[in-house]
Design a protein around this ligand. Structure first.
Ligand SMILES: Cc1cc2nc3c(=O)[nH]c(=O)nc-3n(C[C@H](O)[C@H](O)[C@H](O)COP(=O)(O)OP(=O)(O)OC[C@H]3O[C@@H](n4cnc5c(N)ncnc54)[C@H](O)[C@@H]3O)c2cc1C
Length: 726
């Protein structure tokens, strides 16, 4: 069998080793356009899991590689003069040049034909039985068959430059430097006894504001490093570097490109490594993925009878694994491209968020380093202590169990149990079981029990069973329910979320389907005449008189809720209900966010006045419609700031459902990112929700500073009928 490998990087060389070792009769040739020791960059990182895989695959190259690696365990986060250390990470790194030497040497021993300084013409791939395109991100071989592979390039994340330094490290070190243009971070790690990799990164707008775009990379000669960039970074990180220089090696400011391909093989040709995919450097996986591709490909060739089946098996094994890794890398990339948002967080919270950025759970971080997580818990508990209490508890619970005081509301812990099934209404009147159910919700263990979706007018009900809070009888029923909750759990705060259904009104009860219109629907009013679904009745846009009526209805219902003893009143400004309809450009008639917020803002002001401090006001705030053309993150932040200035103390952040097309993703704690946006960019307290399943999930979100409170996912699937099971 004749095998041609285009590219002598980690993917091409490792594949050549394994294919030749698998069957010495194979003729394996590697073509590399550069000289053997002519390479870019500094060190590359491997995790313990990758090393274990390399050991099982080819023990000889693994032994050499391990001897050449620097190994360490801690991650340090250096921020505003403090260093926080987390253990249990088990990393190794090696100089890229040394890695290639080891792989080249091993190729030579096995009889692989290595041809350096030989550029392959992709239009002439010769007559080999198998061709491996391992020619890197700019693969010309792949692009020759672009119609088959359909490569997709996404330029994303910040600007970065890959440098080296003589400063010694004993940890993977993240350093945050605040410049007048914004935040820069360095990712630094040792890779041998003398040298360390030092990657500097910042958001694109920070790079521009710092004037770093004035010298475009195009002005540099091929292979030249950007002296201006190196000097800038040396000055910026001078305190941290302590006199050590930064060094370039083909170093210049770059933009990250995430590359993926629709197919990974065609005929006798397979893509490997960066030619097939890239994953942001902040999860240190490019070389690992390249070498794992080589392992999978060689195994497929060794265990199948023909090249065609081998390539099918290779792609089927690797593509899903790599795509998942790319998703994780994207989350990491996004975290690092918005460090301006996080740099104001206290150091323990920043450090936790950094470690947790790519799906490492609270529990997993605790398993790796219980001391680190205990310190985060203690810090969190200390800052959560009510005034006058000792500030440093010796045994601190996970953050979900820490008390909170937000907008005047004292909470025993930071979990929220929210349910719209507390009351079944007839003509808006809560049924007799309401006190029992509210008591059960309050006794559920959370610091706040929230009754969701209580209507402010009869036509504002979602279904005929939606309870209301607009008559004296309804108020009395809620008072009884609140008293029952107090009896079961007198230290638990209870909130009522007020809604006007708008275009989503007059539907059948949920058990009969979502947003299924009633046959004898009552007339609907909304921000515009757009029906919620194609089968929903068209609402009538509210006129000036109608807007006053609804505003007063919200104020009246809020007053009643406070009289009934509710500690918190929440106004629903999302999910396509009436006020959310004004706020979204998809359903309202105004473009500018100020105009879209005008009426909901009026309602909020009326509710604040009606409450007059008798209860805390929260809004259910739609941070995104999860649809093209919907509310932008900038508008969501600006709107939240405006409402906070008007006196809103808490934002229950939601996303989607403005129209039926805006469906959420449902991955674990998917909503926390929207809460993070509002909390850390608008600087307001938030509640996060969205697949936060238990106190550990909540602790993950809270410890990383993404929210102040968390709604735990509905307990119904786990405990059917929980609310009735008393
Ligand atoms: C800033 C930065 C930091 C990184 N840090 C890490 C890290 O910590 N850990 C990690 O695992 N990865 C890291 N990576 C990624 C890593 O460098 C790549 O993912 C890895 O090198 C991919 O290996 P490869 O063999 O697929 O491609 P490459 O290493 O790009 O090799 C491709 C080779 O093909 C040759 N070639 C191209 N075209 C031809 C042709 N027509 N004929 C002959 N030869 C050709 C090139 O000269 C090159 O040598 C980092 C990348 C960057 C940019």
């Amino acid at each position: 069998m004749r095998i041609t490998t285009v590219g002598g990087g980690p993917a091409g060389l490792y594949a050549a080793i394994l294919l030749k070792r698998g069957d010495p009769t194979r003729h394996v040739t590697v073509y590399e356009r550069n000289a053997p020791d002519d390479t870019f960059g500094w060190g590359v990182v491997f995790s313990a899991a990758t090393l274990a895989e390399l050991e099982d695959t080819d023990a000889i190259s693994y032994d050499r590689l391990l001897r050449a690696c620097a190994r360490w365990d801690p991650v340090d986060v250096e921020h505003r003069g403090r260093v926080v250390r987390a253990l249990g990470n088990r990393f190794a790194a090696i100089s890229r040049k040394r890695l290639l030497q080891i792989l080249q040497e091993r190729c030579g021993e096995l009889g692989v034909d290595l041809r350096f300084e030989t550029e392959v013409d992709p239009t002439d791939l010769g007559g080999a039985d198998l061709v491996l395109a391992a020619d890197g991100i700019n693969s010309r071989v792949r692009d020759q068959y672009a119609d088959v592979f359909a490569p997709r390039r996404r330029v994303e994340g910040g600007r970065f430059i890959w440098l080296g330094t003589t400063r010694r490290y004993d940890a993977f070190t993240f350093v945050f430097a605040e410049h007048e243009a914004g935040v820069f971070q360095a990712h630094a790690y040792p890779y041998d006894t003398e040298l360390a990799t030092f990657i500097v990164e910042c958001a694109p707008e920070v790079w521009q504001r710092a004037g770093l775009d004035t010298r475009a990379a195009g002005e540099l000669a091929p292979g030249e490093s950007d002296p201006h960039a190196i000097k800038f970074c040396e000055e910026l990180f001078a305190d941290h570097l302590g006199g050590h220089p930064l060094m370039g090696n083909y170093s210049r400011w770059l933009e990250w490109t995430t590359l993926s391909n629709r197919a990974w093989h065609h005929d006798r040709l397979a893509l490997l490594g960066d030619a097939a995919h890239t994953a942001h450097f902040s999860i240190g996986s490019g070389t690992k993925l390249a070498m794992e591709d080589a392992i999978a490909l060689a195994r497929a060739v060794d265990t199948t009878t023909d090249v065609a089946s081998a390539l099918v098996a290779y792609e089927a094994e690797r593509k899903p694994v790599v795509e998942r890794m790319q998703e994780v890398a994207r989350e990491s990339l996004q975290w690092f491209s918005r460090t301006d948002r996080y740099v104001h967080l206290p150091t323990p919270q920043l450090a936790f968020g950094l470690l947790a950025r790519s799906r490492l759970t609270y529990e997993r971080i605790r398993q790796r380093d219980p001391t680190f997580v205990t310190a985060v818990d203690r810090w969190f508990a200390a800052r959560s202590q009510p005034r006058g209490e000792p500030t440093a508890p010796t045994a601190a619970p996970p953050p979900a169990f820490a008390p909170a005081r937000i907008a005047g509301l004292g909470l025993g812990n930071r979990m929220v149990l929210a349910s719209e099934e507390v009351a079944t209404g007839r003509d808006g009147q809560p049924d007799e079981a309401t006190p029992t159910r509210l008591a059960a919700l309050a006794a559920g263990g959370a610091g706040l029990a929230l009754v969701e979706r209580v209507a402010v007018t009869p036509e504002g009900r979602i279904t005929p069973e939606t309870p209301g809070c607009y008559t004296d009888e309804q108020e009395a029923a809620w008072r009884d329910a609140r008293a029952a909750a107090r009896e079961r759990a007198d230290d638990v705060a209870v909130g009522m979320q007020l809604v006007h259904a708008g275009a989503r009104g007059a539907t059948r009860p949920r058990r009969e389907g979502v947003d299924v219109p009633l046959r004898d629907a009552w007339p609907l009013v909304a921000a515009s005449s757009r029906p919620y679904t194609p089968r929903s009745p068209a609402p009538t846009p509210l006129d000036a008189e109608g807007r006053v009526r609804v505003r007063e209805a919200f104020a009246d219902a809020a007053r009643r809720a406070a009289h009934a003893g509710f500690d918190l009143v929440e106004v629903h400004l999302g999910h396509g209900f009436l006020l959310g309809g004004y706020w979204s450009p998809l359903t309202g008639d105004a473009d500018d966010w100020r105009d879209r917020l005008a009426y909901p803002g009026e309602v909020v002001a009326a509710v604040l006045e009606a409450l007059d401090g008798a209860a805390t006001l929260s809004v259910c705030w739609s941070a995104s419609d999860l649809e093209r053309g919907g509310t932008s993150p900038e508008d969501a932040v600006a709107g939240a700031r405006t409402l906070a200035d008007a006196g809103v103390g808490l934002f229950n952040v939601v996303a989607g459902q403005t129209t039926p097309r805006g469906a959420p993703g449902y991955e674990p704690h998917w909503g926390a990112g929207w809460s993070d946006l509002i909390r850390n960019e608008a600087g307001v307290p938030t509640i996060a929700s969205g697949a936060i399943r238990d106190p550990l999930d909540a602790s993950h979100v809270l410890a990383g500073g993404q929210a102040d409170l968390c709604v735990l996912g509905r307990p119904h699937p786990a405990v059917p009928g929980w609310a009735h099971d008393l």
